[in-house]
Design a binder for this molecule. Sequence first.
Ligand code: B12
Length: 374
Amino acid sequence: MTTAAPMTPEATTDEVAASDDELREQLWQAAMACDETHAVALVRHAVGAGSARDVLAAAERTLLRLIAPVQERVGIQWAANAITVAQEHAATALNERCVSAVADAAASALADTDTPGRVTVACVDGEWHALPARLVTEVLRLRGWRVDYLGAQVPTEHLIAHLHQRPTDAVLLSSSIPAHLPTAHTAISTCQAAGVPVMAGGAAFGPRGRYAHQMQAAWAPDAPGAHRVLMQGLERPTAAAARLPDLDLPHLKDQEYTLVRQTKRQLVKQALLDVEAAFPPLRSYSEYQRERTAEDIDHIVTYLATAVYVDDADLFTTFLTWTADILQARGVPPRSLLPVLDSLEHQLIDFPRATGALAAARTALSACALGGTA
Ligand code: B12
């Protein structure tokens, strides 16, 4: 059981920072030890007791400054190959339980008064990262909102069915993986066509919500930001909001996205053959290793298509340099990615936006990952 002082709004900035660091480290240690009992005791202690106002403020800080950073550290350690997938899963499960414990600890402090409104929080179809959406949900509840939380991977048609059953002031759509952006775009325009405003959020929507803005959705960087945007009021879309994707993204008229998506299977198959020819170690890979390589190439083509969808080469470059880091941390030389780029450039010679993204990624890869001995 921790002896750290609970975070209180009265503490000085330095005291708060020190106790935040200490509590985060303790929660991290509990997560690595799979010790849910200790973790729950820790976050309940952080929420503390006191006036309703203090409890609500401490609960929000516990969610955003204790649990969320520990969860981000899980991602960093996994990417660096410093913890296993099993440890990552266990830590996520523990953090989910901690979020529930915080909500329970603060429940009695919630006033039974007027609410600013009712919103629906859901993850885009295919999106498994539910914890960010859950954090947004709980912070909004702490701030008085009634929230229908629909969780991970909500198919758009079921989201719309829910909106018809339970009127809502806005849909808050969460996505962490940029590969889901085309699906997110459909969900955004479908909700708006049903007359419901949409706010998008999560890492998938890019720096400063670049892709949310392209798709005509409101955006906020985090849960407190979501509250601020909701309080300003979101305009209800009219029936005129029904539209095809190329109204928001006129470049889609060139069909590059559609053609890259449609030929994905062939692109992956040929790239695998080309990589095998150019990167001899692949020939001695086990069946399992070959399957993982095919999966990696599949992801690369998916991200390339997504970059073409939003017309942003940066999206692909970010993904490719991230992949290079992941491979390097697992002893696979990043230069093994070059033949994949060569193959795709060759296969997509007639697609200027795709080849532009491939060329930009190659330059970035050379600059950041190929300088060493890899
Ligand atoms: C836990 C986790 C998982 C769990 C998720 C379980 C769950 N119940 O959530 C599981 C194991 C399922 C998983 C799967 C995968 N994951 Co994962 N995962 C993570 C991890 C470690 C934590 C996610 C999280 O909870 N973050 C904590 C919250 C606080 O962060 P946040 O996203 O910034 O949320 C805040 C804001 O974005 C904002 N916000 C979020 N949503 C919304 C919505 C609205 C409307 C608003 C206004 C604001 C808002 O508010 C939040 C709170 O302030 C991240 C690492 C990371 N840094 O996030 C990787 C990470 C997101 N995963 C990653 C990957 C690659 C995957 C997989 C593809 C792995 C694989 N090969 O299978 C799959 C994809 C599954 C899928 N189809 O979605 C990569 C993504 C990289 C990339 N370039 O896209 C990351 C970044 C890991 C890494 N370090 O590289 N993952």
